[in-house]
Design a protein around this ligand. Sequence first.
Ligand SMILES: *Cc1c(COP(=O)(O)O)cnc(C)c1O
Length: 471
Amino acid sequence: MTSAKLKTFGQQMKRRSWAEPWKIKAVEPIRMITKEQRARALQEAGYNTFLLRSADVYIDLLTDSGTSAMSDRQWAGIMLGDEAYAGSNNFYRLEQAVQDYYGYKHMVPTHQGRGAEHLLSQTVIKPGQYVPGNMYFTTTRLHQELAGGTFIDVITDQAHDPEDLHPFKGNIDLEKLGTLVEKVGAENIAYISLAGTVNMAGGQPVSMENLRELRGFCTRHGIRIFLDATRMVENAYFIQQREEGYADKTIAEILKEFCSMTDGAWMSAKKDNLVNIGGWLAVNDYELFDALRNLVVVYEGLHTYGGMAGRDMEALAIGIEEAVQDDHVRSRVGQVLYLGELLLDWEIPIVKPIGGHAIFLNARGFYPHIPQDQFPAQVLTAQLYLDSGVRGMERGNVSAGRDPKTGDHRYPALELTRLAIPRRVYTQAHMDVVAEAVKIVYDNRQQTTGLKMVYEPKDLRFFQARFEPLD
Ligand SMILES: *Cc1c(COP(=O)(O)O)cnc(C)c1O
């Protein structure tokens, strides 16, 4: 090239791309069935994407839970499974990884996140107590209720507004919390249920500053803070990117600093920790640990495996280490941002700012003409599958369930369809296909009609509820 040419080449190259910090070693074929087949599959599934067969799905964005691709190191770790009933090597590796990266003293393994939620809720909630938190999560709240607690949402109001651009919409509103504590008394607060990136708010993070203030408040009132650490690594990334003073810290440093201000954490390792199954519960207080270790034997398995095979614990220990690497987290969240920014460019209504693990389509923005008791987000989720074989999930009135006191739908402010991106699984081309599918469904929004629920399970109804179209 001549020097003049080199110069223009250099100018064109101003924008530098980054790429995934891995290459692909094994592939799993996927295929798209015909539109007629999809229509039949959807009808058979009662218009609920949870009831579809995965073979009928093209790009599966139902969840980022247990859907990660494991690394070659993790697969090698599988061969190192020590399947001793008690005291497996892999347990000690896992315990060490949790201590090293999350910083808690004691760890109890569980089969997945809800196993840990069950143990914690049964151990630390006294019937009649309140559990304030930054927006509910389905299984978390149910375990708190089953233990006799009442969940109280004390998240900042901004979290309920999908247009609000606040960088930390997962924050706890300390005024709301203060009012509650004044009203019911600190002794009637079981603990603070704090989630790192709030799933139901659109994957929105909590700031270090907010936790620092919360810690101060809780220490003054003698209240413990337990962290839902399921997506805390992604939360740490947002702190690094958005909060003053953290740009030069590593994800691992931020994670540890955050956890150090809490009393313990539960984990669905199927998310951040890059495994297909697993979970853990970690606390600093030895007496509490002892109680949890006694209970795990009843519900999960011995305290050195908690429902996991030795090989699963090994893959998890390795996954914890891989999960906190800065280049991994950047590419993981970066892929979510890539999809979200495409949709924003096309002015499609999504929750802003874009969250860490998923894009949340704002179904109210698609279907202002469909009332909430005709489940607009369920409609949108079904339409997207029908158009393109892309599977998302409803996060609106169906997921919110019924109020146990009044028996009526909860009618949440947010009516969302979640497109969760599995970690290390899909390419940028898949994201392009998804974005175009959403655009087509959006363009056809005016002709779309609502659904009626024809079967409703009592608990966590979104998993198995069935619907029929209204015409
Ligand atoms: C998935 C999830 C859980 C429950 O974990 P499971 O492993 O699915 O049992 C709890 N909290 C949050 C925020 C989750 O996303």
